[in-house]
Design a protein around this ligand. Structure first.
Ligand SMILES: [Mn+2]
Length: 279
């Protein structure tokens, strides 16, 4: 019997099953070593956008699903809040599949009485909310831009002009991304504050966080983001006293390293680099 660490609640999001970038195996390993009365799956668990264009479902993705269902069987209440990548599931809000309850959002009460809004977070992402098409175009457009930059510079050089630097363009893109993250956090914290709640727990932007916001719009509102299982492999846990903490999944699992492997052995990772997944 593997050792399990008990938590009062566990939150994870953005596993992106169905995408080659998903670290489903790491996520399943993590679930194997925790026990909790309540598990929140905060959206983008299944990447239906990706599956629609190409079917990809290796064994570790099943392993993750089996882990979740096993937890249900052992008495864990599992709440699934669909995200933008698994938005077809939003049509099934109010229903349960295999004991997994599908809800639009939730309010989690911590051991010390704080009430936290639990959402995926794409509600705060204006680009995604107003035009999913535009955001899909964004990824393709970026790849095209890299290619176009090469040819643009060849032409510019042949005309005696200085090459146009893509790295400069990327830097400004990064600057805008920083602003976006701050804006995203503030939007959600404000939404929680407006509803008289103490904070928010979300995913979506693949950036784990646990902090108290200090913006004038949302003074002293807690902002938690459980990160993702595409790159960072992080989860958010609540301890028995109500303390919330971001856990790095792989570091967490390493403490159980000498235990026997799971019922299924994972095939080796593909050698080709996985396709990046956007929030
Ligand atoms: Mn998302």
């Amino acid at each position: 019997m593997p050792t399990k660490v008990p938590y009062r609640a566990v939150f994870l999001s953005d596993v992106h099953l169905g995408s080659s970038a998903s670290r489903a195996d790491d996520a399943a390993d993590f679930l194997k070593h925790i026990e909790t009365p309540t598990l929140y799956l905060l959206g983008d668990i299944i990447d239906m956008w990706r599956l629609r264009s190409r079917w990809h479902w290796p064994e570790p993705h099943n392993r993750f699903v089996r882990r979740v269902l096993k937890m249900v069987k052992h008495g864990t209440r599992v709440l699934f809040i669909p995200g933008n990548h698994d938005d077809p599931a939003r049509e099934y809000v109010g229903l349960a599949f295999g004991g997994v309850e599908i809800v639009r959002e939730a309010v989690h009460q911590t051991a010390d009485g704080r009430r936290l809004l639990v959402v995926h977070g794409d509600e705060a992402d204006a680009v995604v909310r107003h035009s999913r098409f535009l955001s899909m175009l964004g990824g393709v457009a970026y790849e095209k831009l890299v290619l176009a930059n090469h040819w643009t510079n060849r032409i510019r050089r042949s005309m005696g002009l200085r090459p146009w630097s893509l790295s400069m363009a990327i830097k400004s893109k990064v600057k805008r991304a920083c602003k976006f993250v701050a804006c995203f956090e503030e939007t959600l914290a404000t939404a929680a504050a407006e509803r008289g709640l103490d904070g928010v727990i979300c995913g979506h932007i693949h950036k784990a966080e646990a902090r108290t916001t200090t913006s004038p719009h949302a003074p002293r509102v807690e902002y938690y983001n459980c990160g993702d299982w595409v790159e960072s492999c992080t989860a958010l846990v609540e301890h028995d006293d109500g303390t919330m903490r971001v856990l790095q999944g792989r570091t967490f699992v390493e403490q159980f390293a000498d235990e026997p492997a799971d019922e299924t052995t994972a095939p080796p990772r593909p050698l080709s680099p996985p396709t990046p997944t956007r929030p």
